[in-house]
Design a protein around this ligand. Structure first.
Ligand code: HXC
Length: 257
């Protein structure tokens, strides 16, 4: 597929998607979301790819959903139509996804980042859910995911005031995993993705699935789920290889079996 709103590259075992609507600070319109879903779906079905990085531009990861596209929408048309269809597809990916965030990460942009598995931020990153200033509220999971990341107090503060949070505060309250110098953002994100992709793909996917269980289930159910998948790993060649390599003091060679 020829993409107009994103740039898609493959770097070794890592798929890299760069959001590319600089004229609109990477505002997410329907065409961009469809292209992103298409690229992710391709990566999901490409066995050689073990992890994806989604990056934006230096000034903006994404300044939200495209307000100019949304402004004309009516209720019935939106309800009956496909508005928001596909927006949460990224949360269903089975291989890990890293968001590399520089500059503005607002509204739907932050909702997109929160659907990724790891957010790595540049020191320049600024996060907000400013929908309230437009007479709406977050609609792609923001009201549900932000409190799970940073707790109710800060989530209410962000969602009801629309204020921006800088990278230091975002790391302190658990929204982002790492903060790095702007010039190191892509390198560090790709390196983390390459490391993930170097491990056994099925084991990585099971680990992701199991951590996500923690968000959605009671502790006793989650630990039971973990136990089942953990035991199943002893039926894989990669478990044998990983432990044998440790004992033989060499690097393991995982085959994804
Ligand atoms: C459409 C946008 C946009 C957006 C910026 N632009 N954000 N277009 N949708 N979300 C456009 C501007 O209109 C402008 O186009 C160009 O990008 C550059 O932006 P400026 O405003 O001139 O830049 P700057 O002065 O540096 O201000 C940056 C900014 C501001 C603070 C990020 O652009 C801003 O507040 N943007 C809107 C942020 C927002 O409210 N996001 C939430 C959207 S609602 P022109 O043509 O004038 O050059 C949302 C709901 C999701 O995300 C719900 C689920 C889908």
């Amino acid at each position: 597929m020829a993409y107009k709103n994103i740039i898609v590259e493959i770097r070794g075992k890592v798929g890299l998607v760069t959001l590319n609507r600089p004229q609109a600070l990477n505002a997410l319109n329907e065409a961009l979301v469809a292209e992103l879903n298409e690229a992710l779906s391709d990566f999901e079905s490409t066995p050689e790819i073990g992890c994806t990085v989604i990056a934006g531009a230096e000034k903006a990861f994404a300044a939200g959903a495209d307000v100019k596209e949304m402004a004309q929408k009516g209720y019935i048309e939106s309800y009956l139509g496909k508005f928001l269809d596909g927006w949460t597809r990224i949360a269903e990916t089975r291989k890990p996804v890293i968001a590399a965030v520089s500059g503005f990460c607002l509204g739907g942009g932050l909702e997109l980042a929160m659907m990724c598995d790891i957010i790595i931020a540049s020191e320049t990153a600024r996060f907000a859910l400013p929908e309230i200033t437009l007479g709406i509220m977050p609609g792609a999971g923001g009201t549900q995911r932000l409190p799970r990341f940073i707790g109710k107090a800060k989530a209410m503060d962000m969602i009801l005031t629309g204020r921006m949070m800088d990278a230091t505060e975002a790391e302190r309250c658990g929204l982002v995993a790492r903060v790095v110098a702007p010039e190191r953002l892509l390198e560090e994100s790709l390196a983390a993705a390459a490391k993930i992709a170097s491990y056994s793909q099925p084991i990585v996917m099971m680990a992701k699935e199991t951590v996500n269980r923690a968000q959605e289930t009671a502790l006793s159910e989650g630990t039971r789920f973990e136990r089942r998948l953990f035991l199943s790993m002893f039926a894989t060649d990669d478990q044998k290889e990983g432990m044998k390599a440790f004992i033989e003091k060499r690097k393991p060679s995982f085959r994804g079996r």
